[in-house]
Write a protein that binds this ligand. Sequence first.
Ligand code: 5AD
Ligand code: SF4
Length: 473
Amino acid sequence: MNLPNLNEARKRTNNKVNEYQVDYHLPKVFAGKKYFLRTYGCQMNEHDSEEIRKYLELLGYTETKELIDSDIVVLNTCAIRENAHDKVFGYLGRCKHLKNEKPDLIIAIGGCMSQEETVVKEILNNHPYVDIVFGTHNIHELPKLILEKKKSQIVEVYSIEGNIYENIKYSRDSKISAWVNIMYGCDKFCTYCIVPYTRGKQRSRKLESILKEVQELKEAGYQEITLLGQNVNAYGKDLEEKVDFKTLLEETAKTNIPRIRFVTSHPWDFTAEMIEVIAKYDNIMPYVHLPLQSGSNRILKLMGRRYTKEEYIALFNKIKEKVKNVSITTDIIVGFPNESESDFQDTLDVVNKCKFDSAFTFIYSPRVGTPAAKMEDKIPIEEKNKRLQRLNELVNSYSLENNQKWLNKEVPVLVLGVNEKDQTKLYGYTDTMKLVNITGFDEDLIGKIINVKITEAKSFSLDGIVVKEGVLN
Ligand code: 5AD
Ligand code: SF4
């Protein structure tokens, strides 16, 4: 048994990151059995689930979307806020119930929650029906743990700075748009954030490995790739080879894959050269997710964000000025310990100045082991809730205002599939990452980039119709 340890996870010793190859020689011993995989949290987890799915399928399992039909349940969890925890423990109740009826059911928990000491202790003490706990550093060991499953619980979680596994195979969700990891972990240690502990040290993949993966995806017919990292702008800083995100973006653009996206950008590492490259290449999408977190210089300092409100706005304006039609979205936390009304007004002020295309807004949630969790906080939760509501109203009004600018215009949309709620419509995303529901059903358009005329603008989506002769690729 290997238990997680947050103190170990905090260490950064500059040791060389080792690169390993994953062994895919797995016996298909579970043929005829079904797996149920549930993913919580960010894109990184979504992508990890594509890796988990591959292992399960290589072992012979096939997917079921119904928990009740499953022979193995895998929960890929998120630790970013308390409500993510609550959801997982709530769902475990349903799994326990099913296991009472199906004693051979295997229950496995992975992802960021597994990296937390408190969570693993709680599972060991109160959830004995969970069979396997695995972490973010050893997803590739899941098949081994399943094959070894004993009568007692197996907890195999490492709190290491982290290695890199290359040659990972995925069972991808989409045949049109793919995630590509460019780096793992985070070294920023923003004081509220658990990610540097659950995901470990920043480890960048080699430029050539990333480009090889992009090339393969292009040859397999993918139209879009999203370069993925906790902080993509810091790409390469940990490598011996002299390479940065600007170079990676430019080299990726030269593969001529039709659409390139990237998430997430920290304002601190965003250089003028990166902005130039985004502006220069047509296949780099004019869309930047640029987390603000707070508009108050006092709070930004306490958060350890290393930029000021003024620097953020200057960067925002520079991106807007250089990249034609760019859309910029953000993340904002309200109610950081002792955030005053005047601090909050500073956040509203930045929103009023930047008029974001959209914003993900959160109430601060203390995470055990992070510096901010030790800060005294006198602001009542009712006040935080009110601030969140005020912020959301403002943010949504700007989303609508921005979306309305597209009314009656023709925009390029990559069609991803059939609209789940209305099967007579298709859906896709504009180059600026706006969701469009499209009238003019034609299955042949799925996977194509087409011109769509926008007929209605809402806060969170656009409606449009296919423009005749509008296929662009
Ligand atoms: N409480 C609330 N929100 C958080 N985020 C990260 N940590 C916390 C926390 N402890 C938010 C940040 C980040 C996004 C992914 O989640 O805004 O950008
Ligand atoms: Fe968390 Fe900050 Fe790293 Fe983002 S940059 S993952 S908020 S520590």
